[in-house]
Design a protein around this ligand. Structure first.
Ligand SMILES: *Cc1c(COP(=O)(O)O)cnc(C)c1O
Length: 368
């Protein structure tokens, strides 16, 4: 305890050099057209890693391209991880982050699996907070808009040998993003993927690495061609148990209980997922994290017991599902509208994130 207090007191913060841009970009005047991840703010955070020296030269610089050798490791072997989080503007013009400690920890879990050096949690949070503070005017003002924050680390050794790199770049960019549900919350159709898989035990399913996404694009495109918003992934071994959707975790309310896949290696441990679980438990729901067979879900739908289905993730918060297609069966959920629990989770989480509800859980961190 004493040790912890001492080490915290003497913790050496990053010495972040800040170089401000001489030609700031025009900020968007029409925030209804922001979309997602299309426009980037004026500055970026960059820090280098060199084996033997550790992380060094943390800096905030004008947003700019990297100059990289064509033989840079990340281009060929995808040694890369990322995070996704948001900064929210409250009615009092405070800027809030949501559970950034969870992102810091998850980044390091991803890093361990990809042989990428860890970043101390405090440094990660300081880097994010400092960049968002510099970019605070880029946090949009309209209802339900936010500044999307993308931290990422990639290997920068030059050469085609397959080894853990000795050099890395940790960078953070920010993108002002529009209201996810500008046209109101519209439940989506989901295609249960029966051929391709996203993850398998021992692989990288629990990490946020670009490679997971590269492997998932094909199934996503095929589903989209058939009018589905997302793919629901089944387990990679038996293709029997539900895991997650696209870039979201997924939850099922069946006969009053909440079910979701356990995060045991093949499923990304979402911050929104765990926040929804905590809230559901607070509200007295039984939440079961475990194996849930797609066949049982389809059967529950037939019996009229599949009450609500929703994805959870930072971008959408919650995304209600109205239809699941698995092989030649289709399950219709509720009356095609957002269910009451999904709506309550949405209202509670967005209420806390935008400072409209008291943050009893201490989930938000103000950026000064
Ligand atoms: C990021 C991500 C999620 C959601 O995580 P949040 O922390 O809630 O945003 C779920 N699944 C995958 C595959 C992801 O990459």
């Amino acid at each position: 305890m004493i040790f912890e207090t001492l080490s915290r007191r003497f913790y050496i913060m990053l010495d972040i050099k800040i170089e401000l841009t001489k030609c700031p970009k025009e900020k968007p005047t029409d925030e209804s057209k922001l979309g997602f991840g299309k426009l980037f703010s004026d500055h970026m955070f960059v820090m280098d890693y060199t084996e033997g020296q550790g992380w060094h030269d943390p800096r905030i610089i004008p947003y700019q391209p990297f100059s990289l050798d064509p033989a840079t490791v990340v281009f060929h072997y995808a040694q890369e991880i990322f995070e996704g989080m948001k900064a929210y503007r409250t009615a009092e013009d405070k800027i809030l982050l949501f559970r950034p400690d969870c992102n810091a920890r998850r980044l390091n879990d991803s890093a361990d699996r990809l042989c990428i050096p860890n970043i101390p949690e405090e440094d990660f949070i300081q880097a994010v907070s400092t960049l968002v503070s510099v970019e605070r005017d880029w946090v949009p003002h309209s209802a339900d808009t936010s500044l999307y924050i993308r931290p990422y680390i990639f290997a920068t050794d030059v050469g085609l040998g397959v080894h853990a790199s000795k050099h890395y770049i940790f960078s953070i960019i920010c993108s002002p993003s529009g209201a996810y549900y500008a046209e109101g919350i519209d439940p989506v159709r989901i295609y249960v993927e029966d051929e391709y898989i996203r993850a398998a035990p021992g692989l990288t399913g629990f990490t946020k690495c670009g490679g997971n996404y590269a492997a998932s694009i094909k199934a996503g495109e095929l589903a989209e061609e058939q009018g589905f918003a997302q793919v629901l992934w089944l387990d990679g071994v038996e293709k029997k148990y539900v895991e997650e959707v696209g870039s979201m975790n997924i939850m099922f309310k069946i006969d009053g209980k909440i079910y979701t896949a356990a995060t045991v290696g093949t499923v990304l441990p979402g911050v929104t997922r765990r926040s929804c679980i905590e809230l559901c438990k607070d509200w007295g729901y039984e939440v079961i994290e475990g194996k849930l067979a797609i066949a049982d879900i389809m059967a529950a739908a037939k019996e009229g017991k599949l009450e609500e289905v929703f994805g959870t993730g930072t971008a959408a918060v919650v995304s209600p599902v109205k239809e699941l297609k698995w092989k030649d069966e289709t399950a219709y959920i509720g009356d095609g509208k957002i269910g009451p629990l999904t709506q309550k989770l949405y209202d509670t989480l967005t209420g806390i994130q935008w400072g409209k509800l008291p943050d009893d859980k201490g989930w938000t961190v103000e950026v000064k």
